[in-house]
Write a protein that binds this ligand. Structure first.
Ligand SMILES: [Zn+2]
Length: 635
C-alpha cells in the first residue's frame, strides 16, 4: 500500500440546536484550505457520536438543516485536489439512535441504560448484539454506496459489559456464567471482534479501514493510527512505546495528535505551532507519519489560522519526504511483550531508553528476534510458552537478555535452565520499600542503598561474583501495628539476597525499574540499566554527549542512514506538560554513529556537516539545533 502522508482528522460531533448550521461552510473552500495546508488524507464525518449523518441518508438521521449533500460534496471537492477522504463513523456511540431505541442499548450490571457523567459522551451506548448491529452494518454499506469515500474510520470501539436481553440470552445459550465479570467482558470482546469482521467484509477491496480502540492484534486494519493528545490526558509517554509496537505490525503508522489544549471538543483550545510541531518531530523520530486532530465549528467551518500553522509544518516536513520515503526505523534493542499486552512499564522503559539514545522496538512472540543485540523483558511480561521458547533460542544464539522481577519466573521457579544454572529462586517480595546496594559506585552514583520502589522476586547468585547489587532490607515493612503506622522504614542491612545479577549473556534485576521509572523517574534506576546494557552490548548504534532531554534516533534504507536529533522537550506547567517554543542545542555536540559514512548532509538544504570516520564509526559534529534536525549519512 502507498504511504499515507500529512493527514488530518476532523471531529464533527454536533449537538442538536445549532440554528445556523453550515452558515459559512462551503465544500470547495473547505477542500481548498486543506489543499493549501498540503494535507493529503483526511478523516471526515459521515456520522458523529451524537448519531447525526452528514450525507443524504435513507437509514440514519441527517443533521437538521444540512445544506446540499455535505460529505459527498466535500469528498468530491477533496478528490479534485488529490486529497483522500476516509469516512468517519462513531460505531460505539450513537446517542440519537440510542435514545429512540432503548431496547437496543447496552445495560450495565445495575440494570441501567444511562450511567456515569451525562454531560460527557460515554453515558449510554447501543449494543452490537441487538438490532443495532445490523443497523450499523447497513449504515456503513450506505456510506460506501452514497459517499464513495476512500475508506472508513470506525471510532470508539470500547468494551464494556452488557446485560441487555440479547446479550444475556446469548451468553446463557453459550454456557457463559453471567455472574463472572471477566467472562462477560470476554464475551463482549468476542462480539466486538465479530462486528469488526462484518464491517471489514463490507469495505471494498483496497479501501482504508481502521478500528479505533480495538487492540491492533485483534482486527484487520489497513493502517494504524496512534491516537494521543499528549498535552491532554495521554501524556508525552504514550506515543513512543505505542509507535515502537505499531511499526512492527504495519508499514503505515500515523501519529494522530490534535490541535487542542485540553482534550477533544476543546473548541477554544489551540496549543500552538511549536507544540504541534513537537508532535510531528516525535513522529519523525519514530519513522511514522502524522495527523492533526481538529473539531470543525458547525456554522463557521475551519479556523484559517490553525491551517496556516498546519500548512507551515506540513510544507516544512514534506521537504524531508525525498529521504524519509522508504526508510525504516533502526533498532538494536527489543522490548518483549506477550502479543497485544501493553502496560505502563512500556512507558517507563521507552522513556529510559529514549533518554539513553538507544534504538528499540516493542516486539511479541510472533516477530523476528534475530536482528536484536539485546532483549529486555519487563517485570509484567511473564512470557507465554511461545515467548519462552523464543527467548531460550535467543539466548542460544548469543542475543543478550535482561530480565526483571517476574519475567523469568514460571510455575516452579525460573523457567529457563540458563537462569537456573546461576541464580536460585527464593520466592516473591511484594513490599515496595526494599533497597539495593551497588557493589561498585561511580562518580555519578552515591555509596548508599537505593530505593527499589516496587516489589519483585527474591533470588540469590550461586556465585557471588555475578552479583552487581545486593538486596538491603528495611527495618520494617510498611504496616500498621495498632499503635504506629510504619511509614519511616530506613535500610537496615543486607539480607543475603541479590538485587541485580550480571552474567556475560544475561542480567537479572529482581524488581521492576521500568514501571517505577514511569512513576518515580529515578535517575539511579536509569544508571543501573545503562550499566547493564553497556556491559552486555558494548557497541551501540549511537554514542553521544547530548543531554538526556534531547532525543536521537536512526532510520534508514540500503543507501543511507537518517540521523534525527530533537532538542525540544515538554516542560511541566501546573498539572500538564507543554511545549511553548523550540528547545535549542548549542553547536559542537558530537554524535558517533555505527558504520563508516563518507558524507554527512544537513537536510533538507544538503549542506555538508563536519564528520570523520574512526574505528568503524562516523563522528559527526552537530551544528546548533533549534527544535529538530535531520542529517543524511551516505555510505
Ligand atoms: Zn447487549
Amino acid at each position: 500500500m502507498e504511504k499515507l502522508k500529512r493527514a488530518l482528522h476532523i471531529d464533527f460531533h454536533t449537538m442538536p440546536g445549532i440554528h445556523d448550521f453550515m452558515r459559512e461552510i462551503d465544500p470547495a473552500d473547505f477542500a481548498e484550505t486543506l489543499s493549501d495546508a498540503h494535507i493529503t488524507l483526511v478523516n471526515l464525518f459521515a456520522q458523529c457520536n451524537i448519531g447525526f449523518s452528514y450525507y443524504k441518508t435513507d437509514i440514519g438521521i441527517p443533521y437538521p438543516g444540512m445544506k446540499g449533500d455535505m460529505l459527498p460534496d466535500m469528498i468530491c471537492e477533496c478528490h479534485k485536489r488529490g486529497i483522500k477522504v476516509v469516512a468517519y463513523i462513531n460505531v460505539g456511540l450513537n446517542h440519537e439512535y440510542a435514545r429512540k431505541n432503548y431496547g437496543n442499548c447496552r445495560i450495565n450490571s445495575e440494570g441501567k441504560v444511562i450511567f456515569g457523567d451525562t454531560s460527557g459522551n460515554f453515558f449510554r451506548a447501543p449494543c452490537y448484539n441487538s438490532e443495532y448491529g445490523e443497523y450499523l452494518l447497513s449504515v456503513i454499506r450506505e456510506i460506501f454506496e452514497k459517499c464513495q469515500p476512500d475508506g472508513i474510520f470506525c471510532d470508539c470501539m470500547f468494551n464494556m459489559a452488557c446485560y441487555c436481553n440479547s446479550c444475556t440470552e446469548k451468553m446463557i445459550s453459550e454456557g457463559i456464567d453471567i455472574k463472572n465479570g471477566s467472562a462477560v467482558y470476554e464475551f463482549q470482546h468476542k462480539t466486538m471482534k465479530d462486528i469488526c469482521r462484518k464491517i471489514k467484509d463490507i469495505v471494498p477491496a483496497g479501501k482504508l479501514c481502521y478500528f479505533n480502540g480495538m487492540e491492533w492484534t485483534d482486527v484487520e486494519n489497513s493502517h494504524l493510527e496512534v491516537e494521543c493528545l499528549p498535552s491532554g490526558g495521554w501524556g508525552y509517554d504514550y506515543f513512543i512505546p505505542r509507535s515502537a509496537y505499531a511499526r512492527m505490525l504495519s508499514d503505515n503508522v500515523i501519529y494522530m495528535t490534535g490541535r487542542f489544549q485540553a482534550s477533544w471538543g476543546d473548541f477554544g483550545g489551540y496549543k500552538g505551532l511549536h507544540s504541534l510541531e513537537n508532535d510531528i518531530q516525535d513522529a519523525m523520530l519514530q519513522g511514522t507519519q502524522f495527523s492533526v486532530g481538529d473539531h470543525m465549528h458547525p456554522a463557521e467551518g475551519l479556523v484559517d489560522d490553525i491551517y496556516r500553522d498546519i500548512g507551515k509544518i506540513y510544507r516544512k516536513y514534506e521537504k524531508y519526504e525525498r529521504w524519509t520515503d522508504g526508510c525504516k526505523y533502526i533498532s538494536e534493542i527489543g522490548i518483549v511483550i506477550n502479543r497485544g499486552n501493553f502496560t505502563n512499564s512500556h512507558k517507563g522503559v521507552s522513556r529510559m531508553l529514549s533518554e539513553l539514545k538507544y534504538g528499540f522496538d516493542i516486539i511479541d512472540e510472533t516477530m523476528d528476534f534475530s536482528k536484536y543485540r539485546l532483549l529486555l523483558i519487563p517485570d509484567d511480561t511473564v512470557p507465554n510458552d511461545a515467548l519462552r521458547k523464543k527467548l531460550k533460542d535467543a539466548n542460544k544464539n548469543g542475543i543478550k537478555l535482561i530480565f526483571c522481577g517476574r519475567s523469568g519466573v514460571g510455575k516452579d521457579g525460573f523457567w529457563a535452565d540458563f537462569i537456573k544454572d546461576v541464580v536460585e529462586f527464593k520466592g516473591y517480595d511484594d513490599t515496595d520499600n526494599g533497597y539495593y546496594k551497588l557493589k561498585e559506585t561511580s562518580e555519578d552514583t552515591a555509596d548508599m542503598p537505593y530505593s527499589m520502589y516496587t516489589g519483585g522476586i527474591l533470588m540469590t547468585a550461586k556465585d557471588k561474583k555475578d552479583e552487581l547489587a545486593s538486596r538491603v532490607k528495611p527495618y520494617f515493612k510498611k504496616h500498621w501495628d495498632g499503635l504506629q503506622g510504619y511509614f519511616y522504614t530506613p535500610p537496615e542491612c543486607e539480607d543475603g539476597y541479590s538485587a541485580v545479577i550480571l552474567r556475560p549473556d544475561f542480567a537479572y534485576i529482581s524488581f521492576d525499574p521500568f514501571v517505577s521509572y514511569f512513576s518515580e523517574a529515578a535517575y539511579f534506576h536509569k544508571k543501573l540499566v545503562a550499566k547493564l546494557i553497556s556491559a552486555l552490548m558494548p557497541t551501540r548504534l549511537i554514542e553521544c554527549d547530548l543531554p538526556s532531554t534531547s532525543r536521537a534516533t536512526l532510520t534508514g534504507c540500503d543507501n543511507y542512514r537518517l540521523l534525527h536529533i530533537k532538542a525540544t522537550y515538554p516542560e511541566p506547567r501546573g498539572k500538564v506538560n507543554i511545549v511553548e517554543e523550540p528547545g535549542v542545542l548549542p553547536a559542537r555536540h558530537i554524535v558517533s554513529v555505527e558504520g563508516e559514512f563518507r558524507s554527512v548532509k544537513h537536510l533538507p538544504g544538503e549542506n555538508e556537516v563536519m564528520s570523520k570516520i574512526k574505528d568503524g564509526r562516523t563522528e559527526i559534529t552537530l551544528p546548533q539545533i533549534s527544535g529538530y534536525d535531520m542529517f543524511c549519512l551516505y555510505k
